[in-house]
Design a protein around this ligand. Structure first.
Ligand SMILES: [Mg+2]
Length: 188
């Protein structure tokens, strides 16, 4: 099966991890402020195209640094507001950001790979169908989260053979061409 075979349309939802998928991960550190939030190459353009295809685009991000007191929720939200403005200028959007601020040790149901953030999204957007959802992430917990919910899973970035994702991509920037090969051919 290919991503094209899924025949993605407005009934589908795109779930995205944030760090390492949308923006650069900082080795051994956190994204602490707006200056450190660097969107990966091609991602703004990709999200503009993906926004025309998917009914909903949702970010689900573990931000343990909030639980550790290293960042406030307001600072996290300021970064997300800035990203949303950048996406809107390019014709894209993210419908909502869900943030799990809990410490790993708290075993919260909201922290991936637990499914709480997706269940919250479906409460807020009842049209979301997990069987018609794609989860894109760069870690094993993202892929596990997607599997628990019955989503199609895509691993991006440093590909780990031990992670049982349905698909592996170099970058989120590659996703539009994989789900929209016909549209791509038309534009060439
Ligand atoms: Mg990540």
């Amino acid at each position: 099966m290919s991503l094209e075979d899924l025949q993605i349309d407005k009934r589908w939802t795109l779930f995205l991890d944030r760090d390492g998928v949308i923006n650069q991960k900082i080795d051994g550190d956190y994204v602490r402020n707006l200056d450190q939030f660097v969107v990966l190459d091609g991602v703004v353009e990709a999200l503009a195209r993906l926004s025309e295809v998917f009914g909903r685009i949702i970010v689900v991000t573990n931000q343990q640094r909030v639980g550790k007191g290293l960042m406030s929720m307001a600072e996290v939200e300021a970064i997300h507001a800035s990203l949303s403005r950048e996406l809107e200028q390019a014709g894209g959007r993210i419908d909502r950001f869900y943030v799990a601020p809990q410490l790993k040790s708290a075993n919260s149901e909201f922290r991936k790979p637990q499914t709480g953030m997706a269940l919250s999204a479906r409460t807020d957007f009842p049209e979301i169908d997990f069987a018609k959802s794609i989860m894109v992430g760069d870690s094993a917990s993202d892929i596990e989260f997607g599997h628990r919910l019955g989503m199609v899973t895509c691993l991006v970035g440093n590909l780990s053979a031990s992670t049982r994702a349905d698909f592996q991509l170099h970058s989120l920037a590659d996703l539009p061409d994989l789900i929209l090969p016909t549209a791509n051919a038309d534009s060439n």
